[in-house]
Design a protein around this ligand. Structure first.
Ligand code: G3I
Length: 386
């Protein structure tokens, strides 16, 4: 399937102006630098893919797992679920394994939706990954009234034990702790000020991993984090803080097996340094950890309205990012956060000012393979075997 390079002058101009407009964050570049380099890049990429093989198949050919996060209501859409079955080799519940979904009350668990998703995955020969046992968001309403310094450890232990025991042996991997780093919170250890930190201190992270390992000896236990992708001061701080956390956990013999890099990329111009990212991935791998790309998508909120331009820029972001991360053989899985523009969190969380539909994912709203799909297929086809 081949997509023609941008032909019309209007497209070039649009692309140059919009890219240049978004390049304000990258200092020192002039308009003409961006216009010529960016449009040149956009124009020359053909995104040509050989064959019709699914992303799942192309990933498997290099020993990689590809899949996506989704939700039970989305899979009731039969056109969508058949696309999901065709393209995905692993399923992650987008929300059904979070505290607010599982815990209607302090003494109850409701696994119906998570169980249904596990059943869907098994019926369709997919792996299943959990997200997430410990997070500071999507805590149930009762949490702040009930959980305190005295009982927090009991609640955390019971939650992790109950969930991991239930799915023991059936989870490829699980995000044990999510987003525990926040340099802006000003702590020396760069930890995010969350209720878990407040009630249990920094050791809550090690405690969570040890508890999960006690009930599921098979699942890959993952620390999942955001904001690790770009060459910014914030990205530097987050990568350094994550490395220090992983080193601390490993030095104590914590049963942690992998780092999850969320990879919510941006379509507009932002400094991206492939060497810096590659070095970070190598440092993580040198700790004996695997790496999963856990929530990949490309927000197009600030890009041109024109689909032909927007899709090409988004596809280029996918291709350039995956080319770097897949050179690291410790990367064992890539999941997009959703599969189709029909169902993406960006629609509500990052809508466009012009209210046009967002286009962050490999399949379009009408479930057609977009340039982003091609970009991922090319990246998988060209990556070294794991
Ligand atoms: O389930 C309720 C439903 O009963 C209610 O009618 C509806 C309207 O209020 O809300 C539903 O809950 C929503 C939930 O998604 C399930 O759809 C919440 O309001 C909404 O806030 C929640 O958003 C999720 C978001 O995390 C919460 O922070 C997104 O779907 C989900 O994609 C997003 O995922 C996170 C990852 O877990 C961690 N990494 C970042 C990523 C994007 O924010």
């Amino acid at each position: 399937m081949m997509f023609k390079p941008l032909q019309s002058r209007r497209h070039f101009l649009h692309a140059g102006l919009f890219l240049a407009g978004m390049s304000a964050v990258a200092v020192g570049k002039t308009l003409s630098d961006y216009r010529s380099q960016a449009v040149e890049d956009l124009q020359k990429r053909s995104f040509e893919v050989s064959g019709q093989g699914s992303l799942k198949k192309r990933a498997a050919a290099i020993g990689l797992i590809y899949g996506a996060a989704t939700m039970r209501p989305y899979l009731a859409d039969l056109d969508f679920s058949s696309s999901f079955i065709r393209e995905c080799g692993i399923l992650a519940p987008e929300n059904e394994l979070k505290w607010d979904a599982l815990r209607p009350s302090p003494s109850q668990f409701d696994f119906r939706n998570a169980d249904w998703l596990l059943g869907f995955a098994r019926r369709n020969s997919m792996l299943f990954r959990g997200h997430t046992l410990v997070w500071h968001m999507q805590l149930p309403q009762w949490f702040k009234e009930v959980v305190n310094h005295q009982n927090a450890e009991k609640f955390l232990q019971e939650h992790i034990a109950t969930v991991t025991k239930r799915y023991a042996g059936q989870m490829h991997s699980i995000d044990v702790v999510n987003e525990a780093i926040e340099p802006a919170d000003g702590r020396r250890d760069q930890l995010r000020k969350t209720p878990w930190l407040e009630f249990l201190g920094p050791d809550y992270i090690e405690f969570a991993f040890r508890t999960a390992a006690a009930y599921d000896s098979k699942a890959i236990l993952v620390y999942n984090e955001l904001g690790l992708e770009y060459d910014t001061a914030d990205g530097d701080a987050r990568r350094n803080a994550v490395l220090k956390l992983l080193e601390r956990l490993k030095s104590k013999g914590t049963p942690i097996h992998a780092l999850g890099i969320q990879s919510h990329l941006v379509g507009h111009s932002i400094p991206f340094n492939s060497d810096k990212l590659r070095k970070f991935l190598a440092s993580v791998a040198s700790l004996g950890l695997k790496i999963l790309i856990t929530e990949l998508d490309v927000v197009d909120q600030k890009l041109a309205l024109d689909f032909a331009i927007r899709d090409r820029i988004v596809a280029a972001r996918y291709q350039d990012y995956l080319k770097v991360v897949l050179r690291e053989r410790a990367v064992i899985a890539v999941l997009t956060w959703g599969l189709s523009d029909r169902y993406t969190w960006h629609s509500s969380y990052n809508p466009r000012k012009d209210l046009a539909p967002v286009r962050p994912l490999p399949l379009s709203n009408s479930l057609k393979r977009k340039l982003a799909w091609n970009a991922m297929a090319i990246a998988f086809d060209q990556a070294p075997k794991r």
